[in-house]
Write a protein that binds this ligand. Sequence first.
Ligand SMILES: [Zn+2]
Length: 224
Amino acid sequence: MLSAVMEDYLKAIYTLSEETGERVSTSQLAEYLDVTPPTVTSMTAKLAERGLVEREKYEGALLTADGEVVALEVIRHHRLLESFLADRLDYDWSEVHDEADRLEHHVSDRLVRRIADALDQPGVDPHGDPIPNADLELPADATTTRLDAATPGDRVVVRRIRHRTDEELRYLADAGLRPGAAIEITDVAPFGMVTVAGAAGEQSLPAEVAHLIEVVPAAEATPA
Ligand SMILES: [Zn+2]
């Protein structure tokens, strides 16, 4: 049996290496999980002993094939739970993440199958994150651009919101930035704020927040 903390490490390594395609350093993991580097070192050593993580001194950690299976299972749980809470229990889009973060470690395969059946095997969760299917395969991802790399004048539709906390989601929900929202980029300051105009008016977002938002050109967006 793996602890919830071990599962969180595997999920974090998966998420960080998915974004960059590279090994995940101890300091990156420490920052992401909000723990100290020595804590990360001792936990990744335990995961390596179990054959779930491969460590290279000074180069960071990667998941083994077994580690990736666990990470994808936990991600499947998380995203199905978020979908279920939003769809069936009337949770707001911005308040499902923290709940799913707790529950994801404790649901049985049977319950997860039932949730997937009840929702008719959804391909994406309420934040636009793809949900691995029962064979842990991810649906093909649309080609998206991060909002911080957009150009003024671009008209785009929000496709996916990367997130770590409900707090981030609430901030974006208040700014009217939900998957499916149509916006126009009105200004991009060098190394700084991205200003967008949408149904909720004009909003200026710090670059690191804009980086969480994946968009597609409005012309290519299929209606939600
Ligand atoms: Zn989430």
